[in-house]
Ligand binder design. Sequence first.
Ligand SMILES: NC(=O)C1=CN([C@@H]2O[C@H](COP(=O)(O)OP(=O)(O)OC[C@H]3O[C@@H](n4cnc5c(N)ncnc54)[C@H](OP(=O)(O)O)[C@@H]3O)[C@@H](O)[C@H]2O)C=CC1
Ligand SMILES: N[C@@H](CC=O)C(=O)O
Length: 311
Amino acid sequence: MKLGIIGLGTVGINVLKILSGEKDRKNKEIGDIEILKICDLQNIDLSGYDFTDDYREVLNDPRIDTVVELIGGVGAAYEISKSTLNSKKNLVTANKHLLAVHGKELFSLAEKNQVKLQYEASVGGGIPVISPIKENLFVNNFKNIRGILNGTCNYMLMKMEEGLTYSEALEDAKLKGYAEADPTFDIKGIDTAHKISILAHLAWGELKEFSEISIVGIDKLTKDDVEAAKSQGLRYKLLGEANFDGKELNIRVAPVAVKKDELLYNVNGVYNAVELDGNYTGKTIFYGEGAGGDATAAAVISDIYKIKLGG
Ligand SMILES: NC(=O)C1=CN([C@@H]2O[C@H](COP(=O)(O)OP(=O)(O)OC[C@H]3O[C@@H](n4cnc5c(N)ncnc54)[C@H](OP(=O)(O)O)[C@@H]3O)[C@@H](O)[C@H]2O)C=CC1
Ligand SMILES: N[C@@H](CC=O)C(=O)O
């Protein structure tokens, strides 16, 4: 398998670190996964790798069969994704923004060109949730999906409860590599909306128009609000929720004051949790680190490995 990696920020650098560091221990699984080209706008000194700042060099390399897009956004990432799929290369991406906006087109391009499009890291960071919906739980008719889907906000809410101001908490989340390049996507609930949209699309086959989603972020919550909730035994959580009544898909994102006896109350910091309510399996909950370089890179690598196995 021959890879080209585009984007060597928080996630990309860790994909590289883990893939090269685990080659001996996981030789059977990843030993023959070869990184032929790496692209980033920053001039990073990577001896031993063919490095470029022009992503077209990756796309035009006929030896590369799989492109890993880790730059984010819907500008160059959209061009890269279309071009990858149209040149019959597989695509791995962690880009929820891209999939929530252009998913329909990209999934159909992948199908038309008979290549794979894998995106486990796009929702829930290191938590396997895309594959379980597509595979293990596929037979269910889902009633409802809800969850804490943004590590930055959940981390900030915990830090505000511990006494940090809103801006201090945000700075801390940025330093830890949890926040998006534009953190307003996190705090205004847009990132959560992207993720719940992707899950709803998987569960019910419908990709909701973004303008039809009701989105409230945590940007109006103050340290005082968080402390007032705490004194009443409540904790604010930014929740994304989707349900389908057979006719209409409803999706909303908003901060909710959760009671102590609810499971989501104890999902704190960078942790995310996704609750899927299926007609056969009942409620299934997935919990783990929802953001951060290592956890997200592990999910990206699981996609690469899946493609290697033919999936
Ligand atoms: N960080 C996280 O915890 C998670 C991130 N994701 C997703 O993963 C993706 C990557 O995120 P993350 O690593 O945090 O982002 P970063 O901003 O840390 O890294 C992106 C990198 O891509 C580079 N880049 C931007 N545009 C181009 C371009 N046209 N050509 C080549 N390189 C480019 C950037 O360079 P420059 O800085 O110069 O712009 C930067 O080095 C995003 O889609 C994000 O939403 C998903 C789950 C978790
Ligand atoms: N900014 C996102 C990164 C992972 O998707 C988050 O904080 O959850």
